[in-house]
Write a protein that binds this ligand. Structure first.
Ligand code: GMT
Length: 381
């Protein structure tokens, strides 16, 4: 198939999922065309069967807000025609599904068919999609999509109820490439790499996000501060975003800044995750929690919140630990007791990796996307 993929290229898990999906599809022999305002950040250096089409957004003094969604729709039609796309797959409903709908309509008038699949990721439904200024058009574009997928059961149910949607939504969970995201096999090399962050006996906790308020990065620092009172520990913070400065200030105020390593955005998180002992994901809400899955594949269990789709990913007590939002004391106590109980910790590491392999590995999930594309193409012929 020739598949056009649109996503947010620089920010957030939906862009990561879209990019990894494109890479995996290309690996299966499909032709993948990314259409977005900049090159997806995880795409670097991987270009066999993958093409990138930038969407130029012209500015004009009259435009206080340059209309990206219109420029995107125009580019989608061009790429569809020039590259004979079979279908479009847009990630994150706003505004991508609306642009895809426009592109489909424009091409229809020229006798060309371009069905589109919308994948719902989270805040496009639970936060910004519910904003009254976007709700009617988001709802319309979801209804009009040729196929709609959701990354968790939680998000599917939320979409059906909050948007009063009557059409079917297919749940296709997020996935991880278990060969790329894997524990270090060479324990010596791992120990050497860990020394970049601390002394040999230190526990290493890790957090990975876009540092938006929903991620509660200040809680990450609070949890770490409590853990660090009980045992020697270091914290690696990967990512960047609006709450980074608040987290950095707190680390300074608490006098732990030398043990909190803010790395900013990183291309190769699969090289960093296996160095850690535990992931911290104390989010206000997660429709899935891709960062935790990537960590689990590297045998790094997560201390997380019992919200949204997270319980579909993490079995509390088996592959990670779940707590109420904001309960930093309990999360810290959970982390400390786990790190001190080596047998329980080792069992949890194994279960985390096995969960990633048996339920969320790209080799299992990719065929579901391909089958879904085929069913959409057959339906719309
Ligand atoms: O919250 C983010 O990290 C960004 C956001 C996005 O759409 O880019 O993430 C959502 O999609 C991810 C990939 O499917 C999920 O793993 C996240 O749980 C989800 N975030 C929320 O629901 C808050």
């Amino acid at each position: 198939m020739r598949i056009g993929i649109t996503c947010y290229p620089t920010y957030g898990g939906s862009g990561v999922v879209a990019t990894e999906l494109g890479i995996e599809l290309a690996g299966l022999g499909h032709e993948v065309h990314f259409i977005s305002y900049s090159q997806p950040f995880r795409l670097n250096g991987r270009d066999d069967g993958i093409f990138y089409h930038e969407v130029p957004v012209s500015s004009y003094p009259l435009f206080e807000f340059p209309p990206y969604d219109l420029a995107l729709a125009s580019r989608m039609t061009e790429v569809a025609e020039f590259c004979s796309l079979d279908l479009l797959h847009v990630h994150y409903a706003i505004p991508h599904s609306v642009s895809a709908l426009l592109a489909r309509q424009m091409l229809q008038t020229r006798g060309r068919r371009l069905p589109f699949v919308t994948t719902l990721h989270g805040t496009d439904i639970t936060l910004i999609g519910l904003d009254r200024s976007y709700l009617p058009i988001t709802r319309y574009a979801i209804q009009q999509s040729d196929g709609v997928t959701s990354i968790s059961n939680y998000l599917k149910e939320k979409t059906l109820s909050a948007f009063d949607i009557k059409r079917p939504i297919e749940v296709i969970s997020n996935f991880v490439n278990c060969d790329l995201y894997a524990p270090c096999v060479d324990e010596e090399a791992r120990a050497a790499a860990r020394q970049r962050f601390g002394e040999p006996g230190d526990a290493i906790l890790i957090h990975l996000s876009n540092f938006r308020p929903v991620k509660r990065v200040v809680d990450v620092v609070k949890i770490f501060a409590l853990v660090a009172k009980e045992l020697p520990a270091q914290l690696i913070m990967i990512g960047d975003g609006p709450d980074r400065s608040a987290a950095e200030w707190l680390a300074h105020d608490l006098g732990i800044h030398s043990r909190v390593h803010f790395l900013g955005k990183q291309d190769k998180v699969n090289a960093l995750l296996p160095l850690a002992d535990l992931m911290l994901m104390p989010s206000e809400l997660e429709s899935f929690g891709l960062a935790a899955l990537e960590a689990m594949a590297c045998k790094v269990p997560a201390i997380a919140t019992r919200v949204g789709g997270v319980p579909e990913l993490i079995d509390d007590g088996l592959s990670g630990l779940l707590f109420p939002v904001g309960d930093v004391q309990a999360m810290a106590a959970g982390a400390v007791s786990l790190l001190k109980d080596r047998d329980r910790y080792e069992a949890m590491r194994e279960t985390a990796r096995k969960t990633a392999q048996k339920r969320f590995c790209s080799t299992l999930v990719l065929p579901r996307y391909v089958a879904y594309y085929e069913s959409v193409l057959n339906k719309t012929q």
